[in-house]
Design a protein around this ligand. Structure first.
Ligand SMILES: [Mg+2]
Ligand SMILES: [Zn+2]
Length: 168
């Protein structure tokens, strides 16, 4: 799954972008949703574009602190993220890891021996869905409409039951 806008708030009143751990506010019922996914799927990964690193708004070490904080807080509530991978490059760097490119997803699949055709990419932008499709996953869009997505839901907790049902 994507991170910003799926797991945590961005562009809300209290937080613009997450550049430090204190700026990470979980969206409603996210721990519960991830816990449900843990019960039905082998792995839950986070795949996130963090152009703020390349642009100089945040050091890579700070990003790692944010992710450690995020996974620890989730773990306290019984929700397991198996790995967080990210693209730290500038949005216009032309790298092959930034979504909508699929490298981060494909590399995870190789590392964990995951069947991408039985996997789902959950995101709140079209680039998430495109990255998933390029990698060979199904796409679950959080929002109101996406032309490529296999399913659309308002938030993660509403999406999990469909994913669990669809996967079995
Ligand atoms: Mg997002
Ligand atoms: Zn990159």
């Amino acid at each position: 799954m994507d991170r910003d806008g799926v797991i945590n708030e961005v562009l809300t009143k209290r937080v613009k972008f997450v550049n430090k751990p204190q700026q990470l506010f979980f969206l409603p019922r996210v721990p519960e949703a991830i816990k449900k996914l843990n019960d039905s799927f082998d792995f839950v990964f986070v795949v996130t574009n963090q152009g703020g690193v390349g642009l100089g708004f945040m050091k890579e070490g700070q990003l790692k602190k944010i992710h450690t904080h995020m996974t620890n807080e989730l773990k306290k509530q019984g929700a397991i993220i198996d790995e967080v991978v990210y693209c730290p490059h500038k949005p216009k760097a032309g790298c092959d890891c930034r979504k909508p490119n699929s490298k981060l997803i494909v590399d995870l699949a190789e590392k964990y021996n995951v069947d991408l055709s039985k996997s789902y990419m959950v995101g709140d932008t079209d680039t998430d869905i495109i990255a998933g499709k390029r990698a060979g996953t199904k796409g679950v869009f959080l929002g109101s409409y996406d032309p490529l997505a296999d399913a659309v839901f308002p938030d993660l907790i509403s999406a999990v039951d469909w994913m669990i049902e669809d996967a079995h």
